[in-house]
Design a protein. Structure first.
Lengths: 326, 270
C-alpha cells in the first residue's frame, strides 16, 4: 500500500471544483505518504475533465470511462473506485464530500474495511504512521480530534476547509492509464435523471449570498431576496426549513445537508441559525443577520445584526441599494 | 411484509451549543441541562416513509429498532403512538460508542433475531456525527442492496423497492429487489403527529428489549477512528447591532453600513 489516490468527480463532462481542495490536501500529505499522487477520473465523456485534472501536477492519472458511469449511480461509481483501489493499492484515498463522492468513500471504506475519516478540517500524518484529524461534530457545535491507525485511509475533507490548489503550469506529462470497467454484479438499478435548472447564480461560487429561512413564512418573500441579489450580483440561498417546506428548490440549501459556502458576504434573513445551518455558512467573510428574535443563534456568528421584522427592514434595505445604484 | 425502521436516539440538535458540556475523560458530549434526547430527525422521516408504505399496503408490519447505551422510553415510544407495530430496543453500555461497526453489528443481529426484514429504512445520517456510515455497514453485513437519499419510496408487486433519489440539481429514480435497505432524506417530509388517543394507547404498550449478550454480537472494532479530544470551537466574531427608530430606518442604515464597510459592491461581478 503506497501513495495517494484523489477521486476526481466529473459532472456533465466538467471536473467538479472540489477537486482542487483535494489536491491541496494531497500535496500537504505527500511527504508523509510516499508513493506519489495519482488521480482517479471515473465517469463517461471524460476528455475535458482528464485534461483539467492533469494540471494538478499529479504523477499519474487513472481513467475508467464507461457509459454505465454517465449517471451518478453510486453503486457503479463505487465499484469503479473499488476496482481501481484493488489495482493501485493506495495508502490514502481522498474523496470529495459531495452526494456522490461521500457515498463512494463510504462504500469503499466499508467494503475494504479501511478507516474512513470524514468531514476533515485539519489533517496530519503522525510520526508513528497514524493519522490525526480535526472534524466538526453535532453540526459544528463541537470540534473532535480523531485518530486513525496505520491505514489504508479514506479521507473526505470538509468543503471549503482547504484552499483550492492552483493549476500547475507543468501538467502531468505521462499519458493517462485507462482501465476497463469490470464491475461485479450490481444489485441496484438506475432510472431516469431529472435536472432542475437553478434560478439565477448558484450559491456555490457566488461572492454574495442572500438567504431566507423559516421566518419568511412562505415562498413569496424570496422574490424580494432575489431583487436584492440581482442588485449586488449575488445568489439567493435558503435554510433547510425553507427547502423542506417546499418554498424553494433544494439546490439553494445552505448547511450540513445542503451546500457549504464561503462567500464574501452572507446575509441571513429570517434564519434563526440552527447549528446545522451555521456550519454551512460560518466561513463567510462577513455575516449579516436580520431576525425578529434577539436571542437567535445566528447573531452569535454575525458581524452585523438587525433585530426586527424582515417585512419592514428588507424593502428599505433594497430601496437604499437601488437608490445608490442610479 | 415486514419493514424495519432503524432509529437513533441523539442529543436534540436544537439544544443551544452553550448548554453542551464535554466529558473530556470519556470523550463524550453531554447535555448540561436536562434537555430530553430526540429521535434523529432523518430516522423519523424513515418512519414516515414506512407509514406511507403501509397506507398503500395494509399488510405491512412496521418494526422500529434502536440500539444504544440507554433509551428515554417516552421519546422512543412516540414510534408506537404513530402506528409502529413493535418497538425493539437493544440497550447496553458498550453501545455508547462513536464506532459505527458495533452499532451496525447489533442492528444486523437484532434484525436476524426478529426473523429478518423485507425492507430496512434508515435516516440518511445521524445529526450528531453525520457520518452516514451505519446504513452502509448494515447493508454490507446483511448483504443487501442499498439505495440512498430517498425522498419518495414505493414497493412494486411486493418484490421491488423504487425510490426517487435527491441530487443537488434534481433527482433520479433507482430500484432494487427486496430485501433491501433504503436511506431517507429530509425532503421526504416531516414525521406526522400522533393523535392524543394514539399517544394514550401507546403509553400502555411496552418496547421489547433484547439483551446485547443474547445477540452474541462482537465488541468494538479498530475500523473507526478513535476520538482523542473534543473542544467547543471559539467563534471570534462580535455582532454590531444596527440601532434605529424603526424597521425601515434600520434597513436603510444596514445598507449604508455595508456599503461603507466595503462588504457590498454594487454592480460588482458575482
Amino acid at each position: 500500500m503506497a501513495g495517494i489516490l484523489i477521486v476526481a468527480e466529473v459532472d456533465a463532462g466538467e471536473l467538479r471544483p472540489e477537486f482542487w481542495e483535494l489536491a491541496t490536501v494531497a500535496k500537504a500529505l505527500s511527504a508523509a505518504v510516499p508513493g506519489g499522487i495519482r488521480v482517479a477520473v471515473i465517469g463517461a465523456n471524460l476528455a475535458a475533465a482528464v485534461r483539467q485534472a492533469a494540471a494538478c501536477g499529479a504523477d499519474m492519472l487513472h481513467v475508467i470511462e464507461d457509459d454505465r458511469l454517465a449517471v451518478p449511480w453510486p453503486e457503479a461509481h463505487a465499484a469503479a473506485l473499488i476496482q481501481l483501489c484493488g489495482e493501485l493499492a493506495p495508502q490514502l484515498v481522498i474523496a470529495p464530500r459531495t452526494i456522490l463522492g461521500a457515498e463512494m468513500a463510504a462504500r469503499l471504506a466499508v467494503r475494504c474495511r479501511w478507516q474512513l475519516v470524514q468531514d476533515v478540517t485539519q489533517i496530519e500524518v503522525t510520526a508513528d504512521g497514524g493519522l490525526t484529524a480535526t472534524r466538526p461534530v453535532s453540526g459544528g457545535a463541537v470540534a473532535a480530534t480523531v485518530r486513525a491507525g496505520p491505514g489504508p485511509w479514506v479521507v473526505v475533507p470538509r468543503p471549503r476547509a482547504f484552499a483550492p490548489a492552483a493549476a500547475s503550469a507543468s501538467v502531468t506529462s505521462a499519458s493517462p492509464v485507462r482501465h476497463t470497467f469490470v464491475p461485479p454484479p450490481l444489485a441496484t438499478a438506475c432510472g431516469e435523471r431529472q435536472r432542475v435548472a437553478v434560478e439565477g447564480i448558484s450559491i456555490d461560487r457566488a461572492k454574495t449570498v442572500i438567504a431566507g429561512g423559516g421566518g419568511l413564512g412562505g415562498p413569496e418573500p424570496f422574490t424580494l431576496l432575489r431583487e436584492i441579489a440581482d442588485l449586488v450580483g449575488g445568489a439567493v440561498g435558503a435554510s433547510r426549513v425553507a427547502v423542506d417546506s417546499g418554498w424553494v428548490q433544494s439546490a439553494l440549501q445552505v448547511g450540513l445537508t445542503g451546500t457549504t459556502i464561503a462567500p464574501d458576504l452572507y446575509l441571513a434573513v429570517g434564519i434563526s441559525g440552527a447549528i446545522q445551518h451555521l456550519v454551512g455558512c460560518s466561513s463567510s467573510q462577513v455575516i449579516v443577520a436580520v431576525n425578529s428574535d434577539a436571542d437567535a443563534p445566528i447573531f452569535g456568528i454575525a458581524n452585523y445584526g438587525v433585530v426586527g421584522d424582515w417585512k419592514e427592514v428588507m424593502p428599505a434595505f433594497r430601496d437604499k441599494l437601488a437608490g445608490h445604484r442610479v | 411484509m415486514r419493514v424495519v425502521v432503524c432509529l437513533k436516539q441523539v442529543i436534540d440538535p436544537l439544544t443551544p451549543a452553550s448548554t453542551l458540556a464535554l466529558d473530556k475523560n470519556e470523550k463524550k458530549i453531554r447535555v448540561g441541562i436536562a434537555a430530553p434526547p430526540v429521535i434523529n430527525g432523518f430516522d423519523e422521516q424513515g418512519l414516515e416513509a414506512a407509514l406511507r408504505l403501509r397506507e398503500a399496503n395494509k399488510e405491512i408490519e412496521i418494526v422500529c429498532l434502536a440500539v444504544g447505551e440507554r433509551f428515554n422510553n417516552d421519546v422512543m415510544k412516540r414510534s408506537l403512538a404513530l402506528g409502529a407495530d413493535q418497538l425493539v430496543l437493544v440497550q447496553d453500555p458498550s453501545l455508547d460508542t462513536w464506532d459505527p461497526y458495533p452499532i451496525a453489528a447489533a442492528l444486523a443481529a437484532a434484525i436476524r433475531n426478529i426473523g429478518g426484514a423485507d425492507l430496512i429504512l434508515c435516516g440518511r445520517q445521524g445529526s450528531d456525527w453525520d457520518n452516514a456510515l451505519t446504513p452502509f455497514i448494515l447493508a454490507d453485513l446483511l448483504a443487501l442492496p442499498l439505495l440512498s437519499l430517498a425522498k419518495r419510496v414505493s414497493i412494486a408487486d411486493g418484490k421491488r423497492v423504487e425510490i426517487e433519489r435527491v441530487l443537488t440539481d434534481g433527482s433520479m429514480t433507482m430500484a432494487a429487489d427486496l430485501p433491501a435497505l433504503v436511506t431517507v432524506t429530509s425532503e421526504l417530509g416531516a414525521l406526522r403527529m400522533p393523535s392524543v388517543s394514539a399517544r394514550l394507547q401507546a403509553a400502555r404498550k411496552q418496547p421489547r428489549n433484547i439483551a446485547w449478550t443474547e445477540l452474541g454480537a462482537a465488541a468494538a472494532t479498530l475500523l473507526a477512528p478513535e476520538v482523542i479530544d473534543l473542544a467547543i470551537p471559539v467563534n471570534g466574531r462580535n455582532c454590531t447591532f444596527i440601532e434605529a427608530a424603526d424597521g425601515p430606518s434600520a434597513g436603510a442604515q444596514l445598507a449604508e453600513t455595508l456599503l461603507q464597510a466595503g462588504a457590498i459592491r454594487l454592480g460588482g461581478e458575482c
